[in-house]
Design a protein around this ligand. Structure first.
Ligand SMILES: [Zn+2]
Ligand SMILES: [Zn+2]
Length: 342
């Protein structure tokens, strides 16, 4: 079961996805003109590229895991001297295709999670993916992975799935504007200022934001791109806060969370992402205090400890619905919650 439709790649999406169009043109040119392999026509080559691009996985390594031996060699000199720039450049370390793993289908509530392993032989990295079941999978049912960040909303997931994988997801989460009652994408209505607007996706993947208020002018929906700039602003505001374990960073994250409450539902994905960062930052700050003073006291740091417990519980509550089972999201939040409760 190769999840790929040739007609898509050859028609409208090739025009829409300019990068893919160029890739196909260059590859056709190389195979037919440079290599003179005329037995492969443009349709076959485009099909092969499509199968590859839809079924492969990107290995987006965290900068501190990147092994300079593999990736600095071909970079221009000016970048070799600037480690920060190098890290930004090489977040995509490789694109890999696993023959068995590509049989697993996408779902926005996956029942597995993958762990990428890198082994070395003959001085070259070899990638392998271990796939773990995050919940019981009944015999004969579909194994699901995910092609998107499941901690983003329906609009964001749909945009990535359509522009990179050429399909519209109709899983039970995508078909439910409330995302299983979590209100994970809910934004405060800018018209009636009373209710939330929710993403309603039709069969052709088009998203309309519909207000829950029957008397609101947005009850029939407004176009999906309308709230892009609000999300962009919030992301920017959070991104400007340095990744450091300081009281200043904690305070600034708290301010963004507070500011978000007027624009988004309290379970909105962008708020959950910022809350997860807040939990991570407070935990790192307390660990730093413990390292310096030998311990941190409940009297002095009780508020911060309680904040980690409350916020991680909120993240776990949403995770239990949208990312159920045993997975890394549950592991990270659960561990911080457990440590602070101790
Ligand atoms: Zn879905
Ligand atoms: Zn409204």
């Amino acid at each position: 079961m190769i999840k790929f439709n040739t007609a898509f790649i050859l028609s409208q999406d090739r025009v829409k996805n300019k990068q893919l169009g160029r890739q196909i043109e260059r590859t056709v040119e190389f195979i037919r003109n440079t290599c003179e392999l005329l037995e492969f026509d443009e349709t076959e080559i485009a099909h092969a590229i499509g199968v590859w691009s839809i079924n492969s996985f990107g290995t987006n390594l965290s900068p501190n895991l990147v092994d300079s031996r593999y990736f600095l060699i071909n970079l221009p000199k000016k970048f070799k001297a600037q480690s920060i720039l190098i890290h930004q450049l090489i977040c995509r370390a490789a694109t890999v295709l696993f023959p068995k793993l590509c049989l697993a289908a996408h779902n926005c509530i996956p029942n597995t999670y993958g762990v990428l392993r890198i082994a070395e032989s003959e001085n070259f990295p070899h990638f392998a993916m271990d796939l773990y079941a995050s919940m019981d999978i009944p015999k004969g049912s579909q194994i699901h992975t995910t092609y998107v960040d499941t901690l983003e909303g329906t609009y964001e997931r749909e945009t990535i799935l359509w522009s990179n994988y050429f399909f519209h997801c109709d899983c039970k989460r995508c078909s439910d504007p409330t995302e299983l009652g979590t209100y994970f994408s809910a934004i405060a209505c800018t018209s009636c200022l009373k209710n939330f607007v929710l993403p309603h996706k039709n069969a052709s993947g088009e998203i309309l934001w519909v207000c829950e208020n029957e008397d609101c002018e947005y009850k029939n929906g407004i176009h999906g791109d309308n709230f892009k700039s609000l999300l962009f602003q919030t992301k920017n505001e959070a991104n400007r806060i340095p990744n450091e374990a300081t009281l200043n960073a904690i305070q600034r994250l708290e301010n963004v969370v507070k500011n978000c409450s007027q624009f988004y539902h309290r379970n909105h994905w962008i708020l959950i992402k910022i809350e997860e960062r807040l939990v991570e930052t407070i935990s790192a700050f307390l660990a730093k205090v413990e390292k310096t003073l030998g311990r941190f006291s409940k009297d002095e740091h009780g508020d911060l400890i309680q904040r980690v417990i409350d916020v991680s519980e909120h993240c776990l509550e949403i995770g239990d619905i949208l990312l159920p089972g045993e997975n890394m999201h549950r592991g990270n939040n659960g561990l911080r919650n457990f440590v602070m409760n101790e």
